[in-house]
Design a protein around this ligand. Sequence first.
Ligand code: GLN
Length: 452
Amino acid sequence: AHLDRIAAVDGDVHAFLHVDAEGALAAARAIDERRAGGAELPTLAGVPIAVKDVVVTKGQPTTAGSKILEGWIPPYDATLVSRLREVGMPILGKTNMDEFAMGSSTEHSAYGPTRNPWDLDRIPGGSGGGSAAAVAAFEAPLAIGTDTGGSIRQPAAVTGTVGTKPTYGGVSRYGLIALASSLDQAGPCTRSVLDAALLHEVIGGHDPLDSTSIDAPVPPVVEAARRGEVKGLRIGVVKEISGEGFAPQVKARFEESLQLLKDAGAEIVEVSCPSFVQGLAAYYLILPSEASSNLARFDAMRYGLRVGPQGVDAPSAEQVMAATRDAGFGDEVKRRIILGTYALSSGYYDAYYGQAQKVRTLIARDFAAAFEKADVLVTPTAPTVAFKLGEKLDDPMAMYLNDVATIPANLAGVPGLSLPNGIAEDGLPSGFQILAPAIKDERLYEVGSALE
Ligand code: GLN
């Protein structure tokens, strides 16, 4: 049914870069056989899933939305993909994304944009717009995203779906094509909070192949999602990210949800996180710095594309590398590599990268202080509903401003979840974001399912 749905709507939506009908059907048949044989199967066995194209899949193309990896077939599975296969989840295919997960609209994909199923003239968010759109358009019941600065939560907000960024280290990064290693985290994209918890449980947990993986059991997320009890819980509204810059109707829906939580017995408290306002600036130095280093591996020698420089008979390795990176990377990727190498260069390191790391520490302290006063923090996920395709494409700063509410969680490593928060403007959805202390991911689901 999902393959039929993809065939019917993906020409318009373009959520997928690659569909593996044969592989998905074979996996589904194997589950049918096991079920017919009376085997006891995991909860999500047989439930198909779409995977963001930044996660490597053995035998299936993986491009990270870039021309530089066009045609590359990974020889191994990411740990999270192995876990999907182990429980018997058929993988429908790979979803579109901003190139190397840099962006908030999926317009930076080298393979053309994904469109928002609610309004095809609008963006589906980014960088994981393909995963969110696939779920919103009923092309897949579940999807995998990655979130470095909001790329699971912001697409969820603008497509009326649910997205979780688990605690940093909660889901293995082994087999994720790295953007910024200290920020990257994979997580679920779904249509309900309970679905997200069920998927979180499958992909989460310790992995010896990722040195930053948390060596502890997965938090009791499914139990919390089934309970959804907020009585007596202290819910903190972050003063610095609930007012200025947020569209009036986005704010109005947010206030209504606060009232619902209050009616359900929660206590609403205001908390102040003064350093959050510097989060965006710090992030857009730390991310390009790490990205410039991570993307150095695309050197024309090891993977994917290799281009010979024009008019050179016996080009040097450096010339091949330069020509390949020039042809293979898009403008946004080049912009960030240049920013990152600049911020890391010896004369500027202290002024930019060093300073940004200090802000990062202050943000972690803000969270620690806020979590003394509140069990969870809440904000609108994104400042506006989905904007029109092309609207912010020529203005990187306007695009970056979309991430103001999602970035602090990545900088501090804490978990966050976005769930639908009603129709805000032009018949389009907005999102409600819940943030919890590190390794207390279950609180996201407790509060999320109370609101759902
Ligand atoms: N919009 C953010 C950026 O462009 C989000 C990136 C992400 O989470 N992958 O960096």
